[in-house]
Ligand binder design. Sequence first.
Ligand code: FE2
Length: 422
Amino acid sequence: MLDLLVINAALPGQEALTEIGCKDGRIVMVEPDIEVEAAQVIDAEGFLVTPPFVDSHFHMDATLSAGMPRRNESGTLLEGIRIWGELKPDLTPQGLKERALKLLRWSVAKGNLAIRTHVDTTDPSLMAVDVLLEVREEMKDFVDIQLVAFPQDGVLRAPKGVELLERALDKGVDVVGGIPHFERTMDQGRESVRVLCEIAARRGLMVDMHCDESDDPHSRHVESLAFETQRLGLQGRVTGSHLTSMHSMDNYYVSKLLPLMAEAGMHCVCNPLVNMNLQGRHDTYPKRRGLMRVPELMGMGINVAFGHDDVMDPWYPMGSHDMLEVAHMGAHALHMTGMDGLRKMFRAVTENGARVLGLEGYGLAPGCNADFVILQASDEIEALRLRPARLWVVRRGRVVSRTPKVEARVDMGNGEELVDFT
Ligand code: FE2
């Protein structure tokens, strides 16, 4: 007896419809015709069943705080950091937790069942760290949350930055973060990368740094990150996030940099929505896009995933935590609208993210966790085009969210016709 059977399921990249059988929180069968009784049957009606979306880069401590205490009018990263600094003293654990839990309801409704979130560790009380550790534990049946110790004001620049970051890791934060381009000098930035990678090596942790998030073509911290990864034997455990300066770097330099990153087995996380908003703000015309060179990185075999980064906070006033919006923006901004490019955009918000987080049991094969999303679309490309309803969201074999099918009833004089945009 199965707990759940999904019939008429379209899997990514497969022509024929299939069936998925789940028991005890795992997928146990994926076959065209499963002849086993099930406690619950879902008819996917030929729609796409995909492993859950993964947000590889988020800031849950700041989310849904837009307007507190004021809006970011210039739209720049630096004004965002200033507003966050003004807001921090007024944050309460109750308010922060309420906003995080509200956001997570949106995440589940959108089929995001794994989130890597940075949490600011430069506040001496480490209040946000404690709250998000609590949220990670309370929500673990619904979402995998991975926390990154993120010294927003610079681990060397902020008073007691290293000590506070280590205390956050002692409390159970999962990953070592950093922000070398925000240290006082380029040398200090390089030094911060060394210090942080050594902490990760000593503790056996992963690293995920905000790196070169500027339009400065001479910002070189990703080179230091690749070097330290290789020097300390951290291959496969290190992620460079944002890397927006790579857009503006000299082409010859990039031709040297990418092989170093590939050699170090680095992962990269691009944040198309937020960096399309923040970068190029000092430009007149033409205005730079400010995204890392995703097609070239992928071409080198480097794993690139996408993050939402922000939802309604000092850096980004929009969003509903929909990873298909992120991939949709990526497709346009990165010129990846060919069929192969679009499929890569879909993978950047699903399986590539799972690799960044090191998720176990991710996928739709027998033995994987029974976690998946049924979208109102026939394949990945239609999903990107429509960013459709997440009809069913399943976590460990249990339905955790349902959204009704979206259909317009159009009457243009000949009676009502159903329009679903397919
Ligand atoms: Fe970020």
